[in-house]
Structure formats: C-alpha cells, structure tokens
Design a protein around this ligand. Structure first.
Ligand code: GLP
Length: 242
C-alpha cells in the first residue's frame, strides 16, 4: 500500500523529500534520480540545492533523468522539459549536462527515440528514486487517463485539460504542444522508490482517487498502489479528501 505523509505546506514537503534524496545519495553517490517538472516539485529542488551548497552531501556523482518531454519544440526552447530540468535541477546542483539524460523531443523518429530512452534507463541501472507530481486528472508524467498500466515510454497526445493547465508556461494556449514523450506507467513502476508530491486543494480529488480508489487506468496515479515502495507526500489542502 502507498505510504502517505501529510506535511503542513509545500516548503515542508520539499524539505522532507530533499532529505530523503540526501540520504539516498550518501548511501549511493551515483544514484539515478528521476525528476518531474511542473510547479509542485520546485521546493524540492530548492531545498536540495541548498543542502548541497551547504555541504550536507557530495552530489557530484549523482545522475538526473527526465520523466517526460514535449514533442516538437525547437532544441533549447526555454520550456522544453530538458531546458527546465537543466535550469531547475542540474545547474543548481552544480552538475554538468553529462550527468543528465532525457528523451529527444526533437527527434525525427519519435517512436525510436522513445524506445531508445526506455532502454537507456535500464542500461543506466534503473531509476533509484523517481519524483512525481500529479495532474488534476490523476495523470503522472504525461500518462493521461486510460493509459495502460503496463505502458512503456511512448508518444502521447495531451488532453485539452492538460494543455490548458500547462498554458501558463507559454505565451498562449496555441503554443502548448499537442504531443509528448512520457515514460510509461510500466516504466515508472520499475523505479526502486516512487515519491509523489501534491500540494494545494486543486489536487485533493486526484490524490484521493489515486491513494484510496481502485487501481484503474482511468487514474494513472493509482498505479502507485502496485509498487512495493511508494510514498505520497501531501500538504493539508491536497490531503483534504483522504
Ligand atoms: C505536467 C507534468 C507532470 C506534472 C503535472 C502537474 O503535466 N508532465 O509531470 O506532475 O504537470 O504539474 P504541477 O505540479 O505544475 O501542477
């Protein structure tokens, strides 16, 4: 079953998860850390970078990998998830681009890029700790409702809801890509530890369905219930419907 930890607010959630990452990296200096984008995990990255700067842990051998990516944004677009992860995680931790792996959203052959990334994650030894957010519709990564619980990294089409949710990062809704590459749910479940952070009342329904509802493709985050080591960290607002 999923371990649920309720924290007072987003900053406390970020602090708690950053501490778990520090513990992992002390034990395994070259740990592969899977990172999520969106607004929710930013307090984790800020807390972690502060700990690394303060010398709490030597993270110089840690490796970072991406959960998902937009398809078709030009290389170097500031809102490509590659750019976001480099800016919000890799650089603040003092790591170089060589410590980082992600799917190629600008590839000509997208299915081949998906298969290559899925394979690369395994060849890298697998993800030690995968951070996740949750969409208002219960998606993880970009696995929208009705994604197969056994799915591998592949191309998906975003729902209108998710494009609207993510439009705030672009100048207009028109600029939000329609297609994405995402680690599949089966791929995500191979990580050794899953840690999902959800904050704010807008996530309360999705969290309740994911944690207490049936395991169902309609709620991709409910797949965490299938994992032997899944932790859901929620603030009071996101826990309101548990
Ligand atoms: C996007 C990302 C997800 C993220 C979700 C929620 O869809 N692909 O990984 O969990 O947004 O984002 P936020 O945390 O900003 O609500």
């Amino acid at each position: 079953s999923v371990e649920v930890v309720i924290v007072p607010d987003a900053v406390a959630g970020g602090e708690l998860i950053a501490e778990a990452i520090v513990t992992l990296v002390r034990r395994k200096p070259d740990a592969l850390l899977g990172v999520a984008t969106g607004s929710t995990p930013l307090p984790i990255y800020q807390a972690l970078a502060a700990k690394v700067r303060a010398g709490a842990v030597d993270a110089s051998r840690a490796r970072i990998c991406q959960l998902d990516e937009y398809v078709g944004l030009p290389t170097g677009h500031p809102e490509s998830y590659r750019s976001v992860v480099l800016r919000e995680v890799v650089e603040p931790l003092g790591l170089g681009a060589e410590s980082f792996m992600g799917p190629d959203g600008a590839a000509e052959d997208v299915p081949a890029a998906c298969a290559a990334y899925d394979r690369a994650l395994r060849e890298a030894g697998g993800v030690d700790l995968q951070l996740l957010g949750i969409g208002t519709d219960g998606h993880i990564g970009f696995n929208e409702p009705c994604s197969s619980l056994a799915s591998r990294t592949r191309i998906k089409t975003l729902t209108q809801q998710t494009r609207e949710d993510n439009a705030r990062f672009f100048d207009s809704l028109d600029e939000v890509p329609h297609h994405v590459i995402t680690q599949g749910i089966g791929t995500i479940l191979e990580a050794r530890h899953l840690v999902l952070l959800a904050t704010g009342e807008g996530k309360a329904d999705a969290v309740a369905h994911a944690v207490e509802g049936p395991v169902a493709a309609l709620v991709p985050a409910s797949a965490l219930q299938l994992h032997p080591h899944a932790t859901v960290v929620v603030d009071e607002a996101a826990a309101a419907k548990l």
